[in-house]
Design a protein around this ligand. Structure first.
Ligand code: SF4
Length: 914
């Protein structure tokens, strides 16, 4: 018998732990954690260990399939075809679209980890209609933080629990950063740290929190504002941090008659450090009692007060405007909204402020700041936060996350030990300017790549991707006046918009790894109806649907063409610095997957399919000058692709250069995959200590990051207490400001209201339009620790842990409706009704009911038996959620009006005994 162990990277969830796959005679015997891996250090979870059952899934797709002629979508009746037929069918269709109107091809992907490749394919094809799943996941967390502090939680930053003393977690049950966070929390608690969890439900990590503070869903923003109010009132903010490293001292023009109202007053000094970002904003120097350029030698900025510039313009420091805003946000005000007693809010704010000051410490690490000032130490204020989708997935989430970011900044915890720390390639600008989206429909031309990146970070109305009338260019309306900062796109709008033809009809929708007909749609029954709906001529309204997946799901049944993907154990993958690496606080880390077993049947890695398709279509980045294919396979592409000819920057940063002796930048190395495989599939590049902290303003770091092509410009990344970028949109809505672009009349109030440069709280849009008496409860979902969305419904081991779900109800709430523990009940929202089983739980606040996401299944899906619990007892809450809310015309999308984030957790319901 031939036994061997191969290392690769897990993909049973998005955390990307290192694993060892133990094989005997080529068969997988078991999988365990890789102790030599920097992320999980040998720890493995139930999902990771159950990867073997994914290989044996009854739902595996093994051949390309075409919908049978005459069969209806949804019936799941297919005929197998060869890959040659599948490619020629797709190639012909896409070639025609590309030559006529590339917008007619929409390419949207789910929880994949290859967006650098899929985005490149879309851009090269020339379609603007591309995005991954972020818009319906946690874009508010990413955008709210990146626009404020230049980084975000999870792979781009997180809590430094090694040195924190107080850890506050908000809206997080099970996390994407699962095993590393578990390891860090365990260590933190053993070292005596205090862990507070703020969540409507006490599950997952909250189970081991020292204190659980139940909160009503969608009200986190009010709590954050009240905590800020208290920190300011008690004078517990880090003044020096605010003055030097944020824009708190920048002077804001407060002349309401001025065209520049709400913009920063500037010295009009020339500064070439970054052509996309000014650095000449004015301070009011308290010592000289006059306006000076920020960070002028010897100046000390006023953070409070009101002043007049020499030309008479009235100005206030941004911090004063924040103070004015916070005045009304008392703990009593927040208590009414959140359900948390006012005294508890006061005590929490005091605890944060006191720990940040009393336990403050200095590390003997010398560094130089962006203004050339040398520091002998790095200071730590040991209060750390972590927040995720529970805070983000509301239509008020962007401003709530802004409020959290401001709170973290008031405490002086950004990129400092014991607080929040960035991970490479972050920090980036606020907002980043490295990838610029096009701002005119002219960017889309037949047979040409898109003139710009499909996704990016608008910094003002000029960056919106709109036409001359102000209408959207993209099918999902991202980067339009409706959702100006939809930085992750809006996958949840695609089926509805394409079906309505709003803004236009498409021809082919290609979906990769997303269960859009079931748990990934708001209102899944409606999504299925739209996929199946036909025009008067008998043609489907969405004419051609390609689904690429490894498993038969509810969505594959609607496909016209199914392309069978491999599992994570059968292919090459990269967790790239160009995309979503696994970096640590101390430096960049990227990692790979390598095949440990051959693909089942005729499965092909989707990346290989894309590289082949791109070659056949002659997309410029994938072909030589003579039109021949440049890359044999995805593995070949990864080794040889460069971001620009001769840039030396590719998908992998490790073992670059001809001999593999360079990191981050260097020529292609033909042996790169082997070197990763020999080194636990991971490359770690720790930076010198002097570059590991205060990276927003660390000169040494910026020089290094520029050399390594992580940043284009070496300018400081100022924290945006006051987000001038938002004010630029707001001014346009008021008919003022530097941009000539104006929102269409029906969106002006919306833009003016929600693009507030200071964080503010408003009730989620759906809550505002729901009848509170009729639907008194909030309904939310969570992902269980033992399953990752719908990925594990067919996993024989994991189904023994969750084979169906309950609706968890506080006993007090359930008894009031005479609903028994374990009894059947009815749940009704304005959008639908379902039957499910109740489970009493003290671990949920009385105004909320909740369930596990994506365990309930549609009969016949996922290769399950006809009487499987997943559909006899299980349910999904999506049928109670709507992607539209009442509004003019077709209504408005149930999304955040700033970022387009899906408002998953805003639905209101009532319950009764069934
Ligand atoms: S946390 Fe995720 S990546 Fe890590 S072992 Fe578990 S399933 Fe795999």
């Amino acid at each position: 018998m031939n036994a061997e162990v191969k290392t690769t990277t897990c993909y049973m969830c998005a955390c990307r732990c290192g694993i060892r796959v133990h094989l005997k005679d080529g068969d997988i015997r078991y999988i365990d954690g890789n102790p030599a891996h920097p992320l999980n250090k040998g720890v493995i979870c139930a999902k990771g260990a159950s990867g073997i059952m994914k290989q044996k899934s009854p739902a595996r797709l093994t051949r390309p399939l075409r919908r049978k002629k005459g069969s209806e979508r949804g019936a799941g009746e297919f005929e197998p075809i060869s890959w040659a037929e599948a490619f020629s069918l797709l190639e012909a269709r896409l070639r025609k679209i590309r030559a006529e109107d590339p917008r007619k091809f929409a390419f949207f992907t789910g929880r994949d980890q290859m967006q650098a490749l899929t985005g490149l394919f879309a851009r090269q094809f020339g379609t603007p209609n591309y995005a991954a799943h972020g818009g319906f996941c946690s874009v508010n967390m990413a955008a709210g933080m990146i626009y404020t502090i230049g980084g975000s939680f999870w792979e781009f930053g997180g809590p430094d629990l090694e040195r924190a003393k107080l850890f506050v977690m908000i809206g997080t049950a099970e996390d994407h950063h699962s095993n590393p966070l578990k390891i860090a929390i365990a260590k933190f608690k053993r070292a005596g740290g205090r862990f507070v969890s703020i969540n409507p439900v006490r599950t997952g990590y909250s189970a081991i929190a020292d204190e659980w503070i139940p909160i009503r869903p969608g009200t986190d923003g009010a709590l954050m504002m009240a905590l800020c109010h208290e920190l300011v009132r008690l004078d517990l903010c880090d003044r020096d941090f605010l003055a030097q490293y944020t824009n708190a001292g920048y002077l804001v023009n407060v002349d309401t008659a001025s065209g520049d109202e709400g913009l920063f007053a500037c010295a009009n000094a020339e500064d070439k450090t970054n052509p996309f970002r000014r650095h000449d904003q004015l301070w009011w120097d308290r010592l000289a009692n006059r306006a000076v350029a920020n960070h002028s030698e010897g100046a000390d900025p006023a953070l409070e007060g009101e002043y007049r510039l020499v030309d008479g313009t009235p100005v206030k420091p941004a911090y004063q405007l924040l103070r004015d805003r916070l005045d009304e946000c008392t703990p009593e005000w927040a208590s009414e909204i959140t359900g948390i007693p006012a005294d508890r809010i006061r005590a929490l704010a005091r605890e944060m402020g006191v720990v940040a000051r009393r336990d403050s410490f200095e590390l003997p690490i010398a560094w130089t700041d962006s203004w050339g000032r040398k520091h002998a130490t790095v200071r730590g204020n040991p209060v750390a936060f972590h927040a995720m989708r529970g805070m983000a997935a509301h239509s008020n989430g962007f401003q709530s996350v802004r409020a959290l970011s401001v709170l973290m900044s008031l405490l002086g915890t950004i990129d400092r030990p014991g607080g929040f720390r960035h991970k490479a390639p972050f920090p980036r600008g606020t907002p980043p300017v490295y990838s610029r989206i096009p701002n005119s429909p002219d960017a889309v031309q037949p047979n040409k790549p898109l003139a710009g990146a499909p996704l990016g970070f608008p910094a003002g109305p000029e960056d919106l991707f709109i036409d001359a009338e102000g209408g959207p260019v993209r099918i999902d309306k991202a980067f339009s006046w409706e959702y100006p900062l939809a930085v992750h796109g809006m996958m949840h709008n695609v089926i509805g918009n394409a079906w309505r033809g709003d803004p236009y009809r498409i021809d082919t929708l290609m979906i990769f790894m997303a269960n859009m007909a079931w748990n990934s749609s708001m209102g899944s029954a409606e999504a299925r109806r739209m996929l199946n709906d036909k025009d008067a001529d008998g043609e489907y309204k969405i004419p051609f649907l390609v689904v690429c997946d490894a498993f038969q799901s509810e969505t594959t049944a609607f496909a016209d063409l199914v392309l069978p993907d491999t599992t994570y154990l059968e292919r090459h993958d990269v967790m790239s610095l160009l995309d979503r690496p696994i970096s640590d606080f101390d430096g960049p880390i990227d990692s790979v997957r390598v095949p440990v077993v051959p693909p089942l049947g005729e499965c092909r890695p989707f990346q290989d399919v894309l590289v082949e398709l791109a070659g056949r279509l002659g997309l410029p980045a994938f072909v030589n000058a003579d039109g021949t294919r440049k890359f044999k396979s995805y593995a070949d592409f990864v080794v040889n692709f460069e971001t620009e000819p001769g840039s030396g920057q590719g998908f992998l940063m490790g073992w670059r250069g001809k001999r593999g002796d360079k990191a981050l930048v260097g020529e292609a190395n033909p042996d790169q995959w082997e070197m990763y495989a020999k080194n636990n599939c991971v490359h770690h590049h720790p930076m010198p200590e002097s570059l590991q902290y205060m990276r927003n303003w660390n000169q040494g770091y910026h020089e290094w990051a520029q050399q390594m092509k992580l940043r284009r410009h070496p300018d400081p990344i100022m924290i945006q207490i006051y987000a001038e970028v938002l004010q630029r949109f707001r001014l346009a809505a008021k008919g003022k400001g530097p941009s000539a672009r104006r929102p269409p009349p029906h969106l002006r109030t919306r833009v003016e209201t929600f693009f507030d440069p200071l964080p503010f709280f408003y009730l989620p849009l759906e809550v505002q339009c729901s009848e509170k008496e009729k639907y008194p409860l909030s309904a939310i979902t969570q992902r269980p620790m033992a399953m990752y969305h719908s990925w594990d419904s067919q996993n024989a081991w994991l189904r023994q842990i969750h084979t169906h779900n309950y609706l968890f109800v506080n006993p007090e709430t359930a008894r009031a409706q005479r609903i028994a523990d374990g009894g059947w009940m009815q749940v009704e929202s304005p959008w639908g009704r379902l039957r499910c089983m109740a489970r009493y739980s003290e671990a949920v606040e009385p105004g909320t009911v909740w369930t596990w996401n994506a365990i309930g299944k549609s009969p016949g899906a996922w290769g399950l038996e006809p009487d499987a619990n997943e559909f006899t007892k299980g349910f999904i809450l999506n049928s109670l959620i709507s992607d539209r809310l009442p509004g003019p015309g077709n209504g408005i999308s149930n999304s955040d009006p700033v970022t387009g984030q899906a408002g998953w957790y805003d639905v209101r319901v009532r319950i009764s005994r069934a």
